[in-house]
Design a protein around this ligand. Structure first.
Ligand SMILES: Cc1cc2nc3c(=O)[nH]c(=O)nc-3n(C[C@H](O)[C@H](O)[C@H](O)COP(=O)(O)O)c2cc1C
Length: 229
């Protein structure tokens, strides 16, 4: 699975290995590039999602990509954390959902315990898209990509002050590395999407898959009953 940038340079190697090529795309232009690369499946990623991504919203992006690139299967990503979101994604024409933030707050995820607890405690208003965590880690992400993370002390201090951060990198780098090592989530990044509103506990991934699936089935049955009245 490739995300971000031009996938064409890597597509041939992936196909030659006999693998399916999944491309996560953020807008129509990147979806077109993915098709040129021979993508077998597109992940339409809205900016509500946690981690790196673009600026389009999931709700209009998914059906636009479904319509434009049929019959390539599309999976929806960004802001989906429960069965309602999965059912909505299916109604938009997606074949399924790629869920990130919800599974970060799972026992199996490799993140720090403090990060998982912060996701369980936060609301969606407390996330933002920013470049400061890339800057302090010396990662040169190109525009238009930013990362959605929890607003913490580091965001309060540096978001929208990228130039000042660049000037202070010498000191900030060391402070940041220590925070990331120690699980100090007031400084270290916690990548998380707007769907943190829907996450209240750290659970096992298997339980989450089963619950999201059964909730989605119930939502779809409810929808069907509404339309037959
Ligand atoms: C902690 C975390 C790490 C992520 N890392 C990556 C990554 O390395 N590569 C990538 O393509 N997407 C990454 N993503 C984005 C996911 O692929 C996905 O688009 C996103 O999580 C979907 O939105 P959601 O978080 O609302 O479920 C990450 C997301 C999170 C929450």
């Amino acid at each position: 699975m490739l995300s971000f940038g031009d996938p064409r340079a890597f597509a041939r190697t992936i196909k030659a290995a006999g693998c399916k090529l999944i491309c996560q795309v953020q807008d129509m232009a990147s979806a077109r590039l993915a098709l040129e690369a021979g993508a077998d499946l597109l992940v339409a990623q809205g900016g509500e999602g946690g981690g790196h991504g673009g600026g389009r919203a999931t709700l209009p992006l998914v059906p636009a990509i479904v319509d434009a690139f049929a019959p390539i299967p599309v999976v929806a990503a960004g802001g989906i954390a429960d069965g309602r979101g999965l059912a909505a994604a299916l109604m938009l024409g997606a074949e399924g959902a790629l869920v990130g933030t919800r599974f970060y707050a799972s026992h199996e995820a490799l993140g720090h315990r403090a990060a998982k607890e912060a996701i369980g405690a936060a609301g969606g208003d407390e996330t933002t898209r920013t470049t400061i965590f890339d800057a302090v880690r010396d990662l040169d992400w190109p525009t238009p990509y930013t990362g959605r993370a929890l607003r913490n002390g580091f965001v309060a201090r540096w978001h929208d002050r990228e130039r000042e951060l660049a000037a202070a990198l010498e000191q900030e780098r060391g402070r940041y590395r220590a925070a990331a090592r120690d699980g100090d989530v007031d400084t270290a990044v916690v990548w998380a999407g707007e769907a943190v509103d829907l996450i209240h506990s750290v659970e096992s991934a298997g339980d989450l898959v089963r619950r999201i699936g059964s909730e989605a089935e119930a939502q779809l049955r409810l929808g069907a009953s509404l339309s037959s009245e």
